[in-house]
Design a protein. Structure first.
Length: 248
């Protein structure tokens, strides 16, 4: 189904029948993508006396309890509440859900035994574009990202000055295929999170970071429309399902 979106004083044609889902689901399996040193999600039938919430166990319905952490298990979108003492809910701060987005691919470079994304790389990849949403795919872009166990692996991350560049460019919604925009073990500094939300200045309450996405190789770099929806949890972060649409 084709439709026209009027966005920032311009019409864009997209086909809603051809979504490009870039989310990683949460499963109850041990190979569910994971970070931050916690167990895999748990999907278990609810029990109450003789009741077991599973049709396979003789119940009339499936009635499962689910345990997970949005930051550790699958695609999630977070707001500044992730690093602020004051409670902030991504469900309240994210008020719009369609954005013009730029997909770029970057191969992190080695720096002091880390692999990092630099300002220079971002400048080259964006070529003076100033998108409202930025989708960063890192190389190598292996299917393993859908199941990788990231704890104690020191994944790549974004340098602080690179994140300042992203913020000053006007990007309000950053999406990346890594477990964090910051170094895994940084002593709690969270320099890139703080730079993105301008934590020590006029905090950008409406801005979001989405981590643990997966952009298939079949999705080319370029400009898309992004539909960014979160589950309505009143929490700093929530499972989310970002979906891209080609612009015709």
């Amino acid at each position: 189904m084709k439709t026209t979106i009027f966005y920032e004083n311009k019409n864009y044609n997209i086909d809603l029948s051809e979504p490009l889902d870039i989310s990683i689901p949460i499963t109850g399996k041990k190979d569910n993508v994971n970070a931050w040193y916690i167990d895999a999600p748990k999907f278990t039938p609810h029990t109450d006396g003789d009741f077991i919430g599973s049709i396979a166990a003789g119940s009339s319905t499936n009635f499962y309890d689910i345990w997970f952490n949005p930051h550790s298990h699958g695609t999630h979108t977070e707001c500044v509440g992730h690093i602020s003492e004051e409670h902030q809910s991504v469900n309240q701060n994210l008020k719009q859900f369609f954005f013009l987005a730029e997909v770029i691919t970057i191969s992190p470079i080695e720096d002091n035994q880390d692999f990092v994304i630099t300002r220079e790389q971002l400048e080259k990849a964006l070529e003076n574009k100033k998108p409202k949403a930025l989708v960063v795919r890192t190389l190598p872009n292996l299917e393993e990202k859908n199941h990788k166990q990231y704890s104690n692996t020191n994944p790549p991350y974004i340098l602080e000055d690179a994140m300042i560049f992203i913020r000053e460019l006007g990007v309000e919604h950053l999406l990346i295929d890594l477990p964090s925009v910051d170094k895994e073990k940084d002593g709690g500094e969270l320099l890139s999170h703080k730079a993105f939300w301008n934590f020590n200045g006029n905090i950008r309450l409406e801005a979001t970071i989405t981590e643990f996405i997966f952009v298939p190789v079949t999705v080319n770099d370029g400009t898309y429309f992004l539909n960014l929806q979160v589950a309505p949890f009143e929490n700093d972060a929530s499972p989310s399902r970002p979906v891209l649409y080609k612009i015709e």
